[in-house]
Design a protein around this ligand. Structure first.
Ligand code: GLC
Length: 535
């Protein structure tokens, strides 16, 4: 493929913004859309194609926006619809696409639909949610558990039944076996398409259908005893075959508009994940999260990437993710010393990378003192908060070394504490340092944008002759080729890659210092180094 034939969501980087944490323009300690708008120069300078916003809808914030109380409006906290419209227009004027989060699996319990549904057993919206009688002993109807701890059922004394929620009790699940619910959500999608958003990131799309008979989930024989939710195989609550038909309906809405995109949140192994491309009639991109789960091991990564490439259906476009608002930051997970190598990999693999705000600075997980812990799974399960809690990866964006990192005005209490390392890890200082993580990110992103080989070229991994090295070629149709060599270890390694070519030019090095011509027959890789070489 050539760049000019690629669609925007194939060739560009998607930049994820967690709206509460990006830029606080109103001075209340929480980010807002006018704040994002002030920072569009910065976003544009990164060389990304699209912004994805975690939910901006009105919400009681029991799950920080993933509990939506009105699907066709924007939260006042973020500036309401006028702020979004202004931001959308500005972004589009700059050629930036805007993707919004759609959270169809569950609404807030404060949504008018649920208020009606819970008002009586014979309310016309009763069947919009999943209600069941108690088990004979008065307990929940079955053994389904919430991802956030405890049963997935809450008893509603007023009507004497339980309702289903796989997250907090304030997130009741909608019933997509009811055609009226389906139509209502398709109408929501159409509303945003008409408004001009370029696509949706669909929350927990693989959970949208559940077993109509509510059968118990079977025990997971491989449970490691840590997170109670993993004690069961989610056979009857996730990845039901009927979900594909629903997703095809959703895709149908997008296909009525030009160049719109749907990326689905799906945590499944390849074999199942690939089904979510459908026959090019489901998700344009089913999120590929596998790199998040591997230990930092060059051969494990190589196998994973090769396997994913091999498993992709014909014509399906790949994508890669290293971080998001649900995962500890990759600079923390993989080690700060490996963060640049990981970043180089993310931006040079074949397929669309999604980059989480602040990762381009090398931001790490923040320290969250007990009085600040607010993420529901961490509050509910303090004993495993360090594993399941997501506050650490949601700390405010680090704009400068000043008070509150320039996110909120001095003296304001930010909703989550600012990470202490903002003294050095911040936009202002990194912008001035030619060797910074930020300038490294930009060098990669801009080269990726300008080179067919990196943007849309083929991928082929290479036997580098050392287990700590992951290396691959990216080649454009015109033959232009780049070689990526990543040292996953703290050893200095000399490689013989002379069979590929005699010499190559360093295009980008993780140290942002090395340059010039290297001999591939005796290529010296410093510890934790990554090299992007032009053949
Ligand atoms: C998704 C979101 C997560 C949220 C959950 C419930 O996994 O990414 O942040 O808590 O869905 O909506």
């Amino acid at each position: 493929m050539k760049k000019e034939n690629a669609l925007w969501w194939q060739k560009g980087i998607i930049y994820q913004i967690y709206p509460r944490s990006f830029m606080d323009s109103s001075g209340n300690g929480v980010g807002d859309l006018a704040g994002v708008r002030q920072r569009l120069d910065y976003i544009e300078s990164l060389g990304v194609e699209a912004i994805w916003f975690s939910p901006i809808n009105p919400s009681p914030m029991k799950d920080f926006g993933y509990d939506v109380s009105d699907y066709v409006d924007v939260h006042e906290l973020y500036g309401g619809m006028p702020a979004f419209q202004a931001l959308l227009d500005d972004a589009h004027r700059r050629g930036l696409k805007v993707v919004i989060d759609l959270v169809p699996n569950h609404s807030s319990d404060q949504h008018a639909w649920f208020q009606e549904s819970r008002s009586s057993r014979d309310n016309p919206k009763r069947d919009w949610y999943i209600w069941r009688d108690p088990a004979p002993d008065g307990g929940p109807p079955n053994n389904w558990l919430s991802f956030f701890g405890g049963p997935a059922w809450t008893f509603d004394a007023h009507t004497g039944q339980y309702y289903l929620h796989q997250f907090v009790p304030e997130q009741p699940e909608l019933n997509y076996r009811n055609p009226a619910v389906r139509q209502a959500m398709l109408d929501v999608m159409d509303f945003w398409m008409k408004l001009g958003v370029d696509g949706f990131r669909v929350d927990v799309i693989w959970l949208m259908m559940k077993d109509p008979d509510l059968r118990d989930n079977p025990l997971n024989p491989e449970w490691d005893g840590v997170n109670p939710h993993s004690k069961f195989i989610h056979q009857y609550t996730a990845n039901l075959p009927e979900v594909h038909d629903l997703i095809q309906d959703m895709r149908g809405v997008l296909d009525r508009y030009p160049e719109r995109m749907m990326v689905g949140e799906i945590y499944l192994p390849n074999q199942e994940l690939m089904k979510y491309y459908g026959n090019d009639d489901e998700c344009h991109l089913p999120f590929n999260f596998q790199l998040i789960h591997y230990p930092w091991n060059a051969q494990a990564y190589r196998r994973a990437v090769d396997q994913y490439e091999a498993d992709l259906p014909a014509g399906a476009w790949p994508n890669w993710v290293l971080g998001n608002h649900d995962q500890h930051r990759f600079a923390t997970r993989l080690g700060v010393e490996n963060a640049r190598t990981a970043q180089m990999m993310l931006l040079t693999l074949r397929g669309t990378p999604t980059c989480y705000y602040g990762d381009e600075l090398g931001m790490t997980d923040g320290h969250i003192p007990p009085e600040f812990v607010q993420d529901p799974p961490a509050v509910k399960q303090p004993e495993i908060a360090h594993i399941v809690g997501r506050d650490p990866e949601r700390t405010p964006m680090q704009w400068n070394a000043g008070p509150n990192a320039g996110f909120s005005p001095a003296g304001v209490q930010t909703w989550l504490p600012v990470n202490d390392n903002h003294a050095t890890v911040n936009v202002e200082d990194e912008s001035k340092d030619p060797k910074s993580f930020l300038n490294f990110f930009k060098a990669l992103a801009h080269l990726r944008r300008s080179e067919d080989a990196l943007c849309v070229g083929s991928y082929q991994s290479v036997d580098a002759g050392d287990d700590d090295i992951f290396a691959y070629l990216r080649r454009a149709e015109d033959g232009t080729t780049f070689l990526v060599v990543l040292n996953f270890s703290s050893r200095i390694i000399t490689l013989d890659l002379g069979e590929i070519a005699r010499t190559a030019e360093i295009a980008v090095s993780t140290d942002m210092v090395s340059s010039g011509t290297v001999k591939l027959g005796a290529l010296i890789m410093a510890e934790h180094q990554g090299l992007l070489l032009r053949l």
